[in-house]
Design a protein around this ligand. Structure first.
Ligand SMILES: [Zn+2]
Length: 829
């Protein structure tokens, strides 16, 4: 950050001249200042320009480049804000005018105050803060590592901002503080870079790597922004929502190669009803500015109002809404990693999504389709630079408006509720006998800046579970629901040691969206088929975790009579509950399996997120296992090595056939094959246990001829549809596999399975609920699911197969059904 003024003078001058004719002229970077001439260009350090065909910078190169920028430019200060899952540094480059960079602590303090209007004394102080503040903008690149171009672009954007002296750049630097995250998944940059370099010039060039690009989560690394299971989401959440409170967060992604060239907001329907309308208007304004600037710069194929919606909570771009900030997404059409792709008119004509009939047809939201041809990483990079600068320039021009809106939204959330049917708080009562779950829930809330209090003395309150109530006949294919608080009559004592989350706090909408059951609007196409939401429809966090968290309607004690302590960090909760504290690298959670079991978890070379999340849970709970691959299963003799084999959710065909040998090197092609299926069968016949999650049940049912049928197989989306929702379960807890489970619980259902069987040997552990089936989300065709088998144990030879019709560990969020997994492994004994 401190300008040293002696670096790389001649070299960078030459490179500057060389670049002017190519990329920089298009980026409107203008004249470079004398003081910043010494700032090295990416090309001078990498030996190639970011975005060049078949050239990729890995994390070490990106890190080195930013370290050099920090050293050479007084406009740039680079901080390491955490370590990744595999221990790489997570970087944040602060870019602003030199005087702002020197006063970062002052601006951080202004942000902290604006984020919590209760800390501001009066209108005069507020106005002074707004007058003095800067708009804090986050730009984050390549959380999805195969969407690689933005990580390369980050170096170019930083260089331009560090060196250009045109009026637009100077205004951006003066009025904004950019926090540039070159990648929010550094491990993935290296996974992709290593794979890409290794496969250049082979038939695998430009294809997805045969492993998850996040050690545990793969693509789901962007589904973790309220659960905070991952090191990366924890580190960045701390930076954003505990320290810097950015007004605008822009997350750059890439979509498939053959649709629109570039998506920017506004988003498609449905909107999440808890997002402040003002935020959605601001999102639209920025998106349209980006679209207009891209059009003006001559780019074709920019689309708005398509595919991506704001319903779901938990993404990089959606979490900001629940912190009163503006979340922006762009999705560039992909090349083949850093290799060019050719996209034909036929491919474009066949490409269709919500909001785009085909990629050749001009419409109001897509006025200038791209005609097809060659598509390169450099095309993506140029569009991303224009979009990023467009956003920054708008932020700079309306600096005071962004700060004022941010403050006002936080203030509005503090307004007391007047409607007596609206909760005023959510309660996490003491004594649930689910201490680890309570600790995880409260910790996740506290880590994202939600205010949670511990009751140091009992209270008296009216409260009850907030549930969905069906208001249309149960026979109807679609249900109409309303949310009610099934309140217990009269005042009840709430014991000391309970936790309470008041709605009156700056993050009010975050609390509501995490605690209340979701009601996804019925959205059908002309054929009466379900229109697919962008991600899941329901996620109510305490419900998924099996934690009771009723809504509070009234409290007898006045605020001054309540004895409450604000929880500042997760360890306080563990301390309260007498749970072990984390000391060094390992998780403090005890292994729930009481006897030694040799466990193998199947790891396909068709990268499978459910497999990664399964490992995550086993590692978190310190349950030992071995990852077993296709070759291990093909080799056989599994009984000598394992007692239990676990197949995470994956289609039978993918497990058996794997990657095609045409596209992947031999060691990653081929699947377990029919021979592997026979080996699995022998393993169970000899006494082993095969535990199948969701889609993997198909393999056992069909290949082993189990006396069980999936009744949902082959149903069309106008008969049955359930895209990521929480449903009720009725448990036979007299069975060993249901040990420690309540009679009524919930399961995560995501286009999952439901079984029927007439064989008395099939032990039915749980059925989908006959009443109150949908607990959060969306479900079309309830009658197809009601009362069907959700989980069963099927004897086979001397062993057993355990079938989970649902996702018992979904995204490491579904803690409610986790005990079933431990029971399935041990047999419940
Ligand atoms: Zn993405």
């Amino acid at each position: 950050m401190i300008h040293r003024g002696i670096l790389l003078f001649v070299c960078s001058l030459i490179i500057h001249v060389a670049l002017t004719g190519t990329y920089l002229a298009q980026a409107q970077s203008g004249v470079r200042s004398a003081t910043n001439r010494q700032v090295p260009s990416p090309r001078s350090m990498l030996g190639f320009s970011p975005g060049e065909d078949r050239k990729i910078a890995d994390w070490t190169q990106i890190t080195n480049y930013f370290a050099k920028l920090d050293e050479a430019s007084n406009r740039v200060s680079v901080q390491t804000v955490g370590r990744s899952t595999l221990n790489r540094p997570i970087l944040a480059a602060f870019i602003s005018a030199p005087e702002n960079i020197l006063a970062l602590n002052k601006y951080k303090e202004i942000q902290r105050k604006l984020a919590d209007p209760r800390t501001i004394v009066d209108a005069r102080e507020r106005n002074a803060l707004i007058a003095a503040g800067r708009v804090v903008v986050v730009i984050s690149c390549s959380i999805h590592s195969t969407e690689i171009v933005a990580s390369q672009m980050s170096m170019q954007l930083a260089f331009d901002l560090a060196t250009a002296d045109d009026a637009d750049t100077m205004e951006i630097l003066k009025n904004t503080i950019l926090i540039l995250i070159p990648s929010s998944n550094p491990d993935g940059i290296d996974i992709v870079a290593n794979w890409y370099r290794k496969t250049l010039g082979t038939p695998s060039e430009g294809r997805e790597p045969p492993e998850l690009y996040h050690h545990y989560a793969g693509h789901d690394d962007n589904r973790d922004w309220f659960m905070l299971n991952l090191e990366e989401t924890r580190a960045l959440t701390r930076l954003f929502w505990k320290e810097w409170f950015p007004q605008i967060v822009y997350d750059l992604h890439q979509q498939g190669p053959s649709g629109s060239r570039f998506f920017v907001p506004p988003f498609y329907d449905p909107q999440n009803p808890n997002i402040a309308p003002l935020l959605l208007r601001q999102v639209a304004l920025i998106g349209h500015k980006m679209a207009a600037d891209l059009q003006a710069a001559g780019f074709k194929g920019v689309i708005t109002n398509s595919l991506y919606d704001t319903w779901w909570h938990g993404g990089f771009r959606t979490a900001p809404y629940f912190h009163n900030s503006i979340g922006i997404l762009s999705e560039a059409a992909s090349a083949r990693l850093m290799s060019p792709a050719t996209v034909t008119r036929e491919q474009l004509a066949r490409s269709s999504t919500r909001g785009m009939r085909n990629a050749l047809e001009a419409t109001t939201n897509f006025p200038d389709p791209w005609p097809g041809g060659e598509w390169k990483a450099a095309d993506i990079l140029k569009m991303e630079v224009v979009a990023a600068r467009s956003l920054l320039s708008l932020a700079a021009k309306y600096r005071a408006n962004y700060l004022r809106d941010f403050y006002e939204l936080g203030k509005k959330n503090l307004t007391q509720i007047t409607n007596e049917n609206e909760p005023l708080a959510y309660l996490i009562p003491a004594g649930q006998a689910r201490d680890e779950e309570v600790a995880k829930l409260v910790t996740a809330l506290v880590e994202q800046g939600v205010e949670v209090f511990r009751l140091d003395h009992e209270l008296h309150a009216t409260f009850g579970p907030q549930v969905l109530q069906r208001t249309s006949p149960a026979s109807e294919r679609l249900g109409t629901y309303r949310r009610i608080v099934a309140a217990t009559a009269g005042m009840h004592e709430v014991p000391a040691g309970s936790y309470i989350v008041f709605l009156s706090q700056p993050q009010r909408s975050n609390v509501i969206t995490l605690f209340e059951p979701q009601i996804y609007p019925d959205r059908l196409n002309a054929q009466g088929e379900a229109e697919r939401p962008y991600d899941v429809a329901g996620w109510t966090l305490p419900l998924q975790m099996g934690v009771e968290a009723p809504a509070v309607l009234s409290i007898q004690e006045t605020p001054t009579d309540r004895k409450l302590t604000l929880i500042r960090e997760g360890n306080e909760v563990r301390d309260d509950l007498s749970l072990p504290l984390k000391k060094t690298g390992r998780s403090p959670i005890a292994n729930p399996i009481s006897r030694p079991v040799r466990i193998g978890i199947y790891k396909s070379w068709v990268a499978n997120m459910d497999e990664g999340w399964t490992r995550y849970i086993f590692d978190t709970f310190n349950v030992p296992y071995t990852s077993i691959t296709d070759a291990d299963i093909r080799q056989g003799d599994l009984s000598s090595r394992y007692d239990v084999l676990l197949l995470p959710s994956q289609r039978a065909r993918e497990i058996i056939e794997g990657n095609s040998a045409e596209n992947y090197p031999k060691e990653f092609a081929g699947g377990i094959t029919e021979a592997g299926v026979e080996n699995l069968k022998r393993f169970v016949e000899k006494g082993g246990a095969l535990v199948c999650f969701d889609a993997a049940c198909e393999l056992a049912i069909k290949q082993f001829n189990l006396p069980v049928r999936n009744v949902l197989e082959g149903l069309r989306a106008n008969e049955f549809y359930c895209p990521g929702s929480i449903v009720g379960l009725e448990v036979d807890n007299t069975l060993p596999l249901a040990r420690r489970m309540p009679r009524n619980t919930v399961a995560y259902f995501i286009n999952s399975q439901a079984f029927e069987s007439t064989d008395p040997k099939v032990r039915v552990v749980a059925r989908f609920a006959k009443d109150n089936l949908l607990r959060s989300g969306w479900l079309l065709g309830e009658d197809k699911l009601r009362g069907k088998i959700a989980m069963a144990e099927v004897p086979f030879g001397n062993g057993r197969v355990v079938l989970f019709g649902f996702r018992p560990l979904h995204r490491a969020q579904a803690w409610a059904t986790m005990p079933f997994v431990w029971n399935a492994i041990t047999g419940g004994f």
